[in-house]
Design a protein around this ligand. Structure first.
Ligand code: X90
Length: 274
């Protein structure tokens, strides 16, 4: 069994199981940034922030996924939300082609309805289920049950790139951009962006995020937090969680390029088990 994911999972290696990551691309007219652990996020953001022309992103190609499938017989593919990206569609097309060529093989594509830490929770859970020796079909059922209980939150200082790409409506976009105001949002069940509120200053943003987590049922489960060049806020979130749930498994790490492009400088994304 092998796990394949796209680079919005902010991961490159997964000990104990076979794992490959297929990159998304961040682009400006004359420059292309291939997402992954080797991408210098600070340099990319500085370039994008100063760039006057058009910028955007592109999902992996069907071939990108096929290459990652290698010659494995049982595959799990985790993608970012199919409601905001073509990544899920690409992965499904790759699955269909692969199965057509090798009818005895199995490929299950999980639409995370999420990104970053939400995908990471699914990937870690899949790897645990694989290591336990559970059957392919049983893992498919279990991962969907697990996905349904998780939640994703994010705190952003700017949503220019999301607004420019048409992924949040302009009304929401006009509400941010004020100094010191962050937008707190969550992923809807459909895997779209749902604003929760606005917070003034990082102390309040951390408090509000933790309050929202508890409101949806967080009681000390696993938490994964990425950050866009803002370790401080990720650590503050971790401390708030640990203060109330000392045994919680909480991990903070840097966002890769795709999430950094959309969450923008100083943003964070948090995935939690509920
Ligand atoms: O080009 C592509 O296919 C990629 C498009 C990605 C668009 C959205 C990425 C959002 C990343 C923003 C906060 C988290 C939102 C999660 C909602 C499910 C980061």
């Amino acid at each position: 069994m092998k796990i394949v994911a796209d680079s919005s999972c902010d991961m490159a290696i997964l000990p104990g199981v076979k794992f490959s990551v297929v990159p998304l691309i961040i682009s400006a007219d004359e420059r292309e940034f291939v997402d992954g652990e080797d991408l210098n996020v600070d340099e990319m953001l500085t370039f994008i922030e100063n760039y006057k022309g058009r910028t955007g992103t592109a999902c992996p190609s069907i071939q990108g996924f096929l290459d990652a499938f290698e010659d494995e017989t049982e595959l799990f593919v985790v993608t970012m939300t199919g409601s905001l990206s073509g990544t899920y569609g690409s992965a499904c097309a790759a699955r269909d082609q692969y199965i057509q060529e090798h009818p005895e093989r199995k490929v299950y594509v999980v639409d995370s309805k999420s990104t970053g830490p939400g995908e990471r929770l699914l990937i870690e859970k899949l790897s645990e289920l694989i290591e336990e020796g559970i059957s392919f079909d049983e893992i498919c059922t279990r991962i969907e049950d697990y996905k349904a209980k998780n939640h994703l939150f994010f705190g952003l200082k700017s949503i220019d790139n999301l607004a420019k790409s048409g992924r949040v409506n302009k009304l929401i976009a006009s509400a941010v951009g004020l100094l010191g105001i962050s937008i707190l949002g969550t992923a809807s069940k459909e895997g779209t962006i749902e604003p929760v509120g606005k917070s003034r200053g990082d102390v309040r943003l951390v408090r509000d995020t933790f309050k929202e987590m508890k409101a949806v049922g967080y009681r000390g489960g696993k938490v994964r937090i990425n950050n866009v060049l803002n370790v401080e806020i990720a650590d503050a979130l971790k401390h708030a969680i640990i203060a109330e749930y000392p045994n919680a498994d909480v991990l903070c790490y840097p966002a890769y390029g795709l999430n950094s492009f959309y969450a923008e400088r100083y943003g964070f994304i948090l995935g939690c088990e509920c």
